[in-house]
Design a binder for this molecule. Structure first.
Ligand code: AMP
Ligand code: MG
Length: 436
């Protein structure tokens, strides 16, 4: 028997970071930047106004108040996207819109709110030009002006390789004028279900057969963590069928199979895997998900790592979370693949019947008055996929702990931070859901 940590270490040692590719920005969401990015210009490019109002010389507003306003002649106006050709001279002002470059000669912007221009109804364009504006408040030099380069300076390194592109990074790249970014490509993950009992969704189901759940649950996890799933379908438990499907999987960056890896299995899966690649069969000290296969297949100078998940639907999802997810993230160039773990107060007794295995029970974690509380999702059979549907976390009960009492603190791995539909609550907002 090997520990979860040993199994993960061995898997990650056999998985490599993939090559970079140039991607349109929106498609690169969640991918890792493979280049340092610097700016070719200042952002903002010019000094500009943060408010709608009047560009003025601050000294001209000295002493202005509601009782004794200063009157300035409005010499023109400028909208965002245009440069005002003239200059602000003594006792004049230029009507200016948010984002417009500050005209030469001006060193402050007086917002409409501090003038006699009504700002609560849309002013008619140019209605003040060539008229006068009354300023009710003194402006200090620099007021309401955003300086050129105050966000990003020309030549500055804005982001370094290794950064994960979130919406904000993608926005910054766009503001630099970039249409594409160089990122580590997403792994293509081939997914194969095995077992004579399986039928594909959409097909008629004979009495003794079950629909294939694993291909879809694992495929969805692959997609969630950034990979590109390629479903190979179902292989019957025959040497020919399995061998053919495994060969198809060799075009991918990783192959995930499910079922047929348990010790007592009457299955040809293990034989075929062992023959086609350098595959080991492990007994991992975890519940659910004790049997696990891992190996590498060689094809045309390429090594394709393979993870053989157990067949029970809960086991295959949990083992994928613990081993498949980090592997995908490493291939994508990510270095931070630890799931957030928090301490939670057990709300009920949790029995770990197995004294050799770590217990990943499915649970619901809620935040109440600053503390996390965990309750199980009900029966924990590894064939009961609905226990995953109700869960937003997994407990981490060490093998040596036989029983956790209500009120005791345990570690939980968060899978989702909210449990919206089921409980009508958002955990982070601290709202109490509907308890059952
Ligand atoms: P095995 O690992 O082959 O011993 O399978 C363990 C259990 O998981 C059996 O009850 C299988 O019928 C079930 N199982 C295997 N593959 C799938 C699948 N793709 N979808 C749903 N159940 C499965
Ligand atoms: Mg089987």
């Amino acid at each position: 028997m090997i520990t979860v940590d040993e199994a993960l270490e061995r898997i990650l040692a056999n998985v490599n970071v993939l090559e970079a590719e140039e991607k349109p920005l929106l498609e690169a969401l969640g991918q890792v930047l493979a280049e340092d990015v610097s700016s070719g210009f200042d952002i903002p490019p010019l000094d500009n106004t943060a408010m709608d109002g009047y560009a003025v010389r601050a000294e001209d507003t000295r002493g202005a108040s509601a009782d004794s306003p200063v009157e300035l002649r409005v010499a023109g106006e400028v909208a965002a996207g245009y440069v005002f050709a003239g200059e602000v001279t003594a006792r004049t002002a230029i009507r200016i819109m948010t984002g417009a470059p500050v005209p030469a000669g001006a060193d402050a912007v007086v917002p409409f709110e501090e003038t006699d221009e009504p700002f609560d109804k849309p002013p008619e364009r140019s209605h003040k030009v060539d008229a006068t504006v009354r300023v009710f408040k003194e402006a200090r030099p620099g007021a309401n002006i955003r300086r050129a380069g105050e966000d990003i300076r020309e030549g500055q390194t804005v982001m370094r390789k290794g950064r994960v592109l979130r919406p904000s990074e993608i926005g910054v790249l766009a503001s630099l004028g970039r249409a594409t970014a160089k990122v580590i490509r997403r792994p293509v993950v081939a997914i194969l279900s095995t077992g004579d009992e399986l039928v594909e969704a959409g097909q008629p189901r004979p009495a003794a057969k079950i629909y294939d759940a694993n291909a879809c649950s694992v495929g969805a996890l692959v997609r969630r963590y950034g990979g590109a799933p390629r479903l190979l379908g179902i292989a019957k438990d025959t040497v020919e069928a399995l061998t053919a499907k495994i060969h198809e999987g060799m075009h991918a960056d990783m192959l995930i199979t499910s079922a047929g890896v348990s010790r007592g299995d009457y299955d040809v899966v293990k034989d075929v895997l062992a023959r086609e690649g350098d595959v080991e069969f492990w007994t991992v000290a975890m519940k659910p998900g004790k049997p696990l296969a891992f190996g590498c297949f060689q094809k045309g100078g390429r090594r394709v790592p393979h993870i053989g998940l157990p067949g029970n639907p809960v086991s295959s999802m949990v083992t994928f979370e613990l081993f498949g997810r980090p592997a995908i993230m490493k291939m994508m160039g990510k270095t931070d693949w630890q799931r957030p773990m928090v301490r939670a107060v057990a709300e009920e007794r949790i029995v770990n019947r197995d004294d050799a295995r770590r217990f990943y029970a499915r649970c619901i974690v809620r935040l109440r008055e600053g503390r996390y509380y965990a309750s199980l999702t009900g029966p924990q059979g590894s064939g009961m996929l609905t226990s995953m549907v109700h869960a937003n976390a997994l407990t981490v009960i060490p093998p040596e702990v036989d029983e956790v009492q209500p009120g005791q603190e345990i570690d939980v791995i968060m899978l989702d931070w909210s449990h919206g539909e089921e409980w009508g609550s958002n955990l982070l907002a601290g709202e109490e859901g509907d308890r059952r």
